[in-house]
Design a protein around this ligand. Sequence first.
Ligand code: FES
Length: 292
Amino acid sequence: MITTLIDRVLDRLTFLDPLAEAIQSRIGGRLAAAGPPARRAKDLLNGTWLGHPLHPALTDLPLGAWSGAAALDLLSGGEATPLGRGADVLIGLGCAGGAAAAVTGIADWQDSHGLERRTGLAHGLLNTGALACFAGSFLLRLAGARRPALLLSTAGFGAAMSAGYLGGDLIFRQGAQVNRNAWVSGPRRWTAVAEEADVPEGGLVRREARGVPVLLTRRGAALSAVAAVCPHAGGPLQEGSLDAEVVTCPWHGSAFDTADGRVVHGPACVALPVYEVRVVDGKVEVRAAPTA
Ligand code: FES
């Protein structure tokens, strides 16, 4: 089984952990020192504005371009025919896309831990190797040295495919970047979850509504109810902080508007589910908004 093999390899890569920690701490320090502009830039790279992580969307460009280049190299026999020149162009395009994918990947990886972080670092190192091979191949092609260029692009293609496999493992087996509220729909019927007096101004109150964790907040007379689990990696929002109506996750700092669930800051990209809320006989009741 390939997954068993991958597990064995990842188990042997524990020596990467101190390196990962050092890199994260360095990047974290730089981001903190740069303040709000750095945070906005990280939001951009995480894909907060897109409602979807940006990195997996960008990886299609280098993988598609490099795969096309491999096919054209095969058809051209590695010669500088029009097809071979087409491969050269695709390799250049793939390198540009690979650089953009690398930056967004680092932004996502910065908020990872444990096995996910180790796998992400291995994925990134393989991709760095792939990018270096293809960049070298591109320069050799420009210089007319097609044989060594072909060797480098073949090595780069192998590294890129291996990195792609690890990227898939990160998402589909380890669950990185998966919305933690993807399967949560909330109670269909009004469900009492708290006494009204249990929800103070400025407080973050977690309750269960038919098994669904709900976060209750108050602003004056207005009560809000949103999912209590951070969609980014499952952080407990009731342990975070509340500023006006914005709740900040204690794990990686994603911030959400409790009035409408919208993401104010990443790394989260997906909004919080919002529930309808009312008070009946002093009890706070919530339900999922009825679907049309
Ligand atoms: S779990 Fe990562 S920001 Fe909430």
